[in-house]
Design a protein around this ligand. Structure first.
Ligand code: ADP
Ligand code: MG
Length: 332
């Protein structure tokens, strides 16, 4: 009896060691930085084939941009649509349909046809306040209601409208990354593309809300969540100053000028990357009250950092947030 007991214990130990070794060999962790969609990103993965999975994801994000979503790559499906070509793409059509819904439900605060208006401001390059008449002319050719989708074809009712998916592309990239992680049986991953982050796998994650006045990596609050997508839109991301006034890259589609809704950043938490990204932009334009309503309508949670350093959170987000920086406080 005693012998059998020892034998079983020995066997159990061998199995345990084997498992630990298996875990050590197969559940590798990798961290890869990359540049895509005109921004920086990072892929952290734990699990079998982590290296290969990271490579697949980076390649997918690059091709998503160059083949489909980029407005600057002449060969992308979107560029062809913008130049008036007849393009059939089930995938692009699906994204545009989803974004038309965000545009409609946000009362036009989200508008993915501001490409020509954005170009006049020149954010990211030689930026300056555009001439108001030129701006008004470009604005008259924008408007999501000028875009329709029929049989996977995207039709510009106004040939001068310019579709710009800058407010949703990074979120779409996260949805694609999620598909790959799942197909590869990855265990856990954190993938960021600009201000959008995918938290993948079991257990808790923490993600910081950036200090709008600080550098990247400085946080004012922390969110504790399960697997989801978290996107932040902030007025500190791309901006310039002229005559002492700050002009940032999130535009009010009503005026063509930077949105002024009293918030400096909005973070949206959603299962879906496209939604988290598009809604963070929409909620920025709408401000705290209407933005909270919109997030709820899509079943998402949101955190608004106001210019007076008050932080407003939807009920679900209140349960996730811890405010850490001095001077900032959660509003009731
Ligand atoms: P970031 O690109 O910094 O992550 P956002 O996701 O908020 O920030 O997207 C901002 C980009 O979306 C702008 O650079 C512009 O291309 C486009 N954009 C600006 N205003 C709007 C708007 N009201 N609706 C939709 N897209 C917008
Ligand atoms: Mg966005």
């Amino acid at each position: 009896m005693k012998k059998t007991g020892i034998l079983i214990a020995a066997l159990a130990a061998v199995i345990l060691i084997a498992f630990v070794a298996y875990d050590g060999i197969f559940n590798k962790s990798v961290s890869v930085d990359f540049f895509a969609m005109n921004t920086v990103g990072n892929i952290k993965i734990t699990g079998k084939d982590a290296d290969e999975t990271a490579e697949l994801i980076e390649a997918k994000i690059n091709s998503l941009d160059t083949d489909l979503l980029s407005r600057h790559d002449k060969n992308s499906a979107l560029s062809k649509v913008n130049s008036g070509e007849d393009v059939e793409s089930e995938e692009l059509a699906a994204y545009i349909k989803a974004l038309i819904e965000v545009s409609e439900k946000s009362g036009g605060a989200f508008d993915f046809t501001l490409g020509a208006v954005s170009d006049l401001w020149g954010f990211g390059g030689e930026a300056s306040v555009p001439d108001s008449a030129v701006l008004a002319e470009a604005l008259s050719h924008s408007g999501y209601e000028k875009i329709s989708v029929t049989d996977n074809r995207i039709i510009l009712e106004d040939r001068n409208a310019v579709i710009d998916l800058g407010a949703a592309g990074k979120g779409i990239a996260l949805d694609k990354a999620k598909e790959i992680l799942s197909a590869q049986n990855a265990k856990k991953a954190v993938i960021s593309v600009g201000g959008s982050v995918l938290l993948y796998g079991e257990g808790d994650f923490t993600v910081g809300i950036r200090n709008p006045e600080g550098n990247a990596g400085e946080y004012i609050a922390v969110l504790r969540t399960n697997a989801c997508c978290v996107s932040t839109s902030g007025n500190y991301e791309r901006y310039f100053e002229e005559n002492g006034k700050r002009y940032h890259h999130i535009l009010d589609p009503g005026s063509g000028y930077p949105a002024e809704s009293g918030v400096v950043s909005v973070t949206v938490i959603s299962e879906n990357g496209l939604l988290s990204d598009a809604l963070s932009t929409a909620c920025f334009v709408l401000g705290v009250e209407k933005g909270s309503e919109l997030a709820k309508e899509f079943g998402c949670e949101a955190v608004f950092v106001a210019a007076d350093k008050k932080i407003y959170a939807t009920d679900g987000a209140k349960a996730m947030i811890t405010v850490e920086a001095e001077g900032y406080a959660l509003a009731e």
